[in-house]
Write a protein of this length. Structure first.
Lengths: 262, 331
């Protein structure tokens, strides 16, 4: 249901090998994946399967050992404003107010003070934090910080949003709430999303497609289409179809986890 | 393994589905509690903490709550915890003066320590005849000139060390080497090179403060959170942007700590610097008074240097509060 058929991000046989003191470690072993426009991809897999490495390669923060990533057919050679990133550790600039954090990317692009402020306020409103515009990050809770980070990523209007376990450090309640907000935001302003999580339930409720990655070396093990209807609600988590998908994916991930244990 | 089998087989049949359902009602019985529209933990937290929903009120709110809690177990609270800081300061000062009077009144202590009123009358005398101010002025000038030079030069050097490995590998051993040499040891070299004028004193103070500053700021540059640099980069920051908009602000707390330590190093080196031969300066005043066995003047010089040090420290602390109030602090 999502996407209009155009390939937005093409991951082409990406391989990433870290060479360390104890020899080479293959983090990604020829990962290929086509992400359609406006798809919401969730990537699940056991720890150390290269999920974050893959995200960093797409973001242009890491160079693949071989293979390449293409966004709109153009090869990724470094970070770019058309790809926004939300980090697990929020990564807000602690010396800037909430508003200035959201303005940061806009100002780098040369947008003037008044205009960037207006845009930033619009996105702060989107995450329901406009009353905290002049607060510093230290005055916010973890969930609020992450909402600022999401607003900051949205403000520069990227076409692809990369999220590296953004809700991983939050408590269960806040996490559920931010999931609902993210679904709503994505529905209002469609973007291609690439979302990494440990939480299978989170993956199923958010995604149009779940990518299951295999244990080290990381490969795409399975792609599961999530055919739950929109608008998605938290109540769906009790529905049979959701539980089916969840337990199926959970089983696949658990198998990989056992592989790692071996 | 059983749970895994049940879950993995969820697609295969009614029996398995039933098991999954049971699995869920067992493990997520309170799920619907989380789904209440009002279950907004963030906002609920803020409201609970601040009472009035305003974030500005948070610190007071926290303090008050803590205070009330403490009051309920009053007997565990020591009496001195209610004395305000200013009173402690005064008490400390009074005690120091009393101790001073006591030592000065003893036979062996009296040889070293002139009595407080003696030092005070020296102060009044020197202020009246105008001989004190030039000493203070000249010394302050040397400290500020040497320190400012050290500050301005240490920042680019420290950032280069943090930023470019080749530069760090070359320069870090030099810094480590010179750092452990007391300034008195290289004063002959400075005098030979720069003569006995103002230049020599400023150079000695410069070296002392520069070393402290470089080491501290370099630590700060190394400690910049890599995620912040990544975050800036994906928002489109160039190397220059990252340097000015991320690395410098992130290192500001370390720069200020460096400034505090550097100022203190400058003052402690002052007397040594003025040993290089000076006609004016607090260190010189102390040196000269020693020749006349004038312990009151020596003490006066020591007191003034100490007070200048404390004032400078307060100034930097004030700047810290102004510039780095954004830091998360552990209380």
């Amino acid at each position: 249901m999502a996407g209009n058929g155009a390939v937005k991000v093409k991951i082409d046989k990406v391989e990433k090998i870290y060479s360390g003191r104890n020899g080479d470690m293959v983090a990604l072993n020829g990962v290929s994946l086509d992400i359609m426009e406006n798809e919401f991809i969730c990537v699940v897999g056991p720890s150390g399967c290269g999920k974050s490495t893959l995200l960093n390669v797409i973001a242009g923060l890491l160079e693949p050992t071989s293979g390449a990533v293409y966004v709109d057919g153009k090869e990724v050679t470094g970070p770019g404003p058309e790809r926004g990133v939300v980090f697990q550790q929020y990564a807000l600039f602690p010396w800037l107010t909430v508003l200035k954090n959201v303005q940061f990317g806009l100002k780098l692009q040369g947008v003037g003070e008044a205009e960037s402020k207006e845009t930033a306020m619009k996105y702060l409103k989107m995450v329901d934090l406009e009353q905290f515009a002049d607060s510093y990050p230290k005055e916010l809770s973890g969930g609020m910080k992450q909402r600022v980070a999401i607003a900051r990523a949205y403000a520069v209007n990227p076409q692809v949003l990369l999220m590296d376990e953004p809700f991983g450090a939050l408590d269960a309640q806040t996490r559920t709430q931010l999931q609902s907000e993210l679904i709503k935001t994505w529905q209002d302003q469609k973007k291609t999303c690439f979302f990494i999580t440990h939480d299978v339930e989170e993956a199923v409720i958010l995604a149009t497609k779940v990518i299951i990655m295999s244990a080290r070396p990381g490969r795409v093990k399975k792609i599961v289409d999530i055919d739950l209807p929109y608008p998605r609600t938290q109540e769906m988590k009790m529905e049979m179809r959701f539980l089916d998908l969840k337990s199926y994916i959970w089983g696949e991930v658990y198998q990989e986890y056992l592989e790692v244990r071996k | 393994m059983d749970i895994y089998k049940a879950a993995a087989g969820g697609k295969n049949g009614d029996g398995a589905q039933k098991r999954v359902k049971i699995f869920h009602t067992v493990f997520y019985p309170q799920m619907d509690l989380n789904l209440r529209p009002g279950a907004n933990s963030d906002r609920a937290n803020v409201r609970r903490i601040t009472g009035d929903g305003g974030l500005k009120a948070q610190p007071q709110g926290c303090k008050k709550a803590g205070g009330n809690y403490m009051n309920t177990k009053k007997k565990n609270r020591p009496f001195w915890s209610q004395i305000p800081n200013g009173a402690w300061m005064g008490l400390s000062l009074v005690l120091a003066v009393l101790l001073w009077i006591f030592i000065a009144s003893t036979e062996s202590g009296g040889v070293v320590f002139a009595e407080p009123w003696e030092v005070f009358s020296k102060l009044v005398g020197k202020v009246k005849d105008g001989t004190l101010w030039p000493h203070i002025y000249v010394s302050l000038f040397r400290v500020i000139a040497g320190f400012s030079l050290g500050f301005v030069i240490s920042i680019p050097i420290a950032f280069l060390m943090g930023w470019y490995a080749p530069f760090r590998n070359l320069v870090a051993p030099w810094v480590q080497f010179v750092r452990n040499i007391p300034p008195l040891a290289y004063i002959p070299l400075v005098i030979t090179g720069a003569g006995v004028g103002e230049k020599a004193k400023v150079i000695v103070i410069f070296i002392a403060s520069f070393l402290v500053l470089v080491v501290t700021i370099y630590q700060g540059v190394c400690n910049v959170d890599a995620t912040l640099i990544k975050a800036a980069r994906v928002l489109g920051a160039t190397d220059k942007d990252i340097f000015f908009k991320v690395v410098i602000p992130a290192s500001t707390p370390f720069i200020l700590v460096g400034a505090r330590l550097g100022l203190s190093a400058s003052l402690t080196t002052l007397v040594a610097a003025e040993l290089t031969g000076a006609s004016k300066g607090l260190g010189m005043m102390i040196q000269k008074a020693q020749g006349y066995y004038d312990m009151a003047t020596v003490l006066l010089g020591i007191l003034i240097i100490g007070i200048i040090g404390m004032l400078m420290e307060q100034l930097v602390k004030f700047l810290e509060r102004k510039l780095t109030g954004w830091q998360e602090t552990v209380q």
